[in-house]
Design a protein around this ligand. Structure first.
Ligand code: GAR
Length: 321
């Protein structure tokens, strides 16, 4: 498979999650590859395995260094490797705000609890002490607040009456090994996932004034204006309307604009079969490199074309000055 996402894994110890992620990457259709395993602990057991499997490794002890200085060294090694994403797998260091900011939305972590419960340490014992029925694990995006970013996936693990920390941790680790490769796979392919794409369009369409979603011919579509006299300004097409792609139909000012767009980027735009004649243009959303600011601008322009005067009047006045 071409264009696999390149992943650097950071570990501090055993590295069993690293092994699970690494072996999952050997499956023929896996959309990611491991290009570096790095550690703050030169003796981390997981480094030996990565080495033996022919993966580049890097280690730099953090002792005697400021957090920021150590993070710069890790960052440089990761940049040199060419990684697109960083996966923390038992990396027992809090990352500096600077490091996290450089990799916004590109760092994933696994945590042995059902977040938002039990951030931090001793998660298994805290779940047992609280009398919970279930513990589990979560994969989440990393932000500068501890164990706090968007949760990408979770697996629940039943707590047994005679569980102690070790017996519970021994079962949760099985769940971790299933969850992590699956969550990474879903995350690195999200830009081609129709549901994710639809969510992106929906959020932007509904952010415009007086809009509502009303399906049209069985596909999500958005209108502006009131319930009765409102008009459609956007249609989502997932192989719909006789088309073979995932795309968004928006209104243009007419055939001149349609032609200009088709000329400017024939890979991005096409004339939709049934709607082209009435001034609509289709924007491809399934190429994996969608510029969402541009989609937002197209939606807003389309909204302006069909919105009732009372809504566009203020905008028009503002434009005169
Ligand atoms: C895993 O259980 C992971 O969830 C946990 O460390 C263990 C690492 O095991 N991570 C955290 O507690 C992070 N806050 P591994 O080295 O065998 O993958």
């Amino acid at each position: 498979m071409a264009d696999k996402a390149k992943i650097a894994i950071l570990i501090s110890g055993r590295g069993s999650n690293m092994a699970a992620i690494l072996y999952a990457s050997k499956l023929p259709k896996c959309p990611y590859e491991i290009i570096l395993v790095a550690s703050n602990n030169p003796d981390a057991q997981g480094l030996k395995l990565a080495n033996a499997e022919g993966i580049a490794t890097f280690a730099h002890a953090h002792k005697g260094m400021s957090r920021e200085d150590h993070d710069v060294i890790m960052h440089d090694a990761i940049i040199t490797s060419g990684a697109d994403y960083i996966v923390l797998a038992g990396y027992m260091r809090i990352l500096s705000a600077d490091f996290v900011q450089k990799w916004t939305d590109k760092i994933l972590n696994i945590h042995p609890s059902l977040l938002p419960k039990y951030k931090g340490l001793n998660t298994h014992q805290r779940a047992i002490d609280a009398g919970d029925n279930y513990a589990g694990c979560s994969v989440h995006l990393v932000t500068s607040a501890l164990d706090d970013g968007t949760v990408l996936g979770q697996i629940k693990v039943k707590i047994l009456a005679d569980d102690d920390t070790d017996s519970l941790a021994d079962r949760i680790i099985f769940a971790e090994h299933q969850l992590y490769p699956a969550a990474i796979t879903a995350y690195v392919t999200r830009e081609k996932n129709p549901e994710w794409i639809l969510d992106q369009v929906r959020a932007r369409a509904l952010a415009l004034d007086e809009t509502l979603e009303r399906p049209s011919f069985g596909t999500p579509a958005w209108r502006v204006g009131n319930e009765k006299s409102g008009k459609y300004f956007a249609y989502f097409s997932h192989r719909h309307f006789g088309e073979n792609s995932i795309s968004l139909f928006v209104k243009t000012s007419g055939s001149d604009e349609q032609e200009a767009l088709l000329d400017a980027d024939p890979m991005l735009y096409f004339l939709p079969k049934f709607y082209g004649k009435s001034g609509w243009i289709a924007v491809r959303l399934d190429r994996g490199n969608t510029d969402w600011d541009h989609v937002e601008a197209m939606l807003s322009k389309s909204w302006r074309i069909v919105a009732p005067k009372r809504l566009t009047k203020l905008i028009d006045i503002a434009h005169e000055f």
